[in-house]
Design a binder for this molecule. Sequence first.
Ligand code: MF3
Ligand code: CO
Ligand code: CO
Length: 281
Amino acid sequence: MTQAGFIDAAEAPPRATNEIKLYGPEGFAGMRKAGRLAAECLDMLIPHVVPGVTTQKIDDMAREFVLSNGALPACLFYKGYRHTVCTSVNHVVCHGIPGPKTLKEGDIVNIDVTVIADGWHGDTSRMYSLGEVKRKASRLMDVTYECMMKGIEAIKPGARLGDLGAAIQEHAERQRYSVVEAFCGHGLGRVFHDSPNILHFGKRGQGQPLLPGMIFTVEPMINLGRSDVALLSDGWTAVTRDRSLSAQYEHAVGVTETGFEIFTQSPTGQHTPHTSGAGAS
Ligand code: MF3
Ligand code: CO
Ligand code: CO
C-alpha cells in the first residue's frame, strides 16, 4: 500500500502526475548513473569556460559529450528549446540561451545541463567564473552554493518541504540577498519536470512531508538585489528586474531512510563555487 498522495514509481504512468512518485533501488541506480554523467559534463567544461569562448561553443561541447556517452540532451527540443545547456550570465537568473555572445573577464555564468541516460534524468548546474571576478560576485556564488547545501541537508524522512525552503531563505536573507520565487525545483526521474514543486523559500514545519524514495532537484536562484524577475522577448531568458547579479546551483537528490543521496556530485570534487579553467582557488 502506498500512502495517499504518493504512487509507486514502478506502477506510475510515464508522465508528470499529481501524485508524488516513490522510487526503489532500480530508480536510485538509474539516477546515480544519469546524475554522474551530468556532473561529468559540467566537469568537462571547466577548462573551456574562459574569456573569449562563446556560449554556443559551450553548448556544442556539452552536446557532443552527452551524445558520445550514449545519452540524450533532455533540453534539446524540450518545449521548443533548441540547445543542450542553459548559459545564464551575470544578471540572467536562468534559461539563458547559448549563442554567439562571448564571455569576458569578470563574468559569472551558470551552466545547467540535463541528460537522459537509460531513460533517467540527470539535472544539475553550477557557477563558473571568468578569470578574476569582483568580490561581491564571488560572495554571491559562495552563498548560493551554501544555500543549496543547507536546503539539501534539511532532507530526511519526516522533514517537510518548508524546512528545506526555510533553510535556503534564511541563509540568503541573512546576507541581505533575495530568493527568486518565480522558479522552483521539481520532482524528476523518468520524467523531467514532475511533482512536487520544490520552493526555495518557506516556513519550517509546513509543506509536504518527505518520504524515502522521493527524488527531486534543489536549485535555488539567489539575487544580489530584489527577487523580481522579467522574461525577455525570446520567451526563455529570465533576468533580474533590477539587473542585479544572480547565481544558481542545482543538484538532483533522493530521500533515503536516514537522509539524502546527491546523484549529481562531481566525481572530481569540483561542484564547489566558482571553479574555473584558470585554476581558481
Ligand atoms: N535544467 C532546467 C531545470 O533545472 C530546465 C531547463 S528547460 C530548458 O529544470 F528547456 F530551458 F532547457
Ligand atoms: Co531542474
Ligand atoms: Co537544471
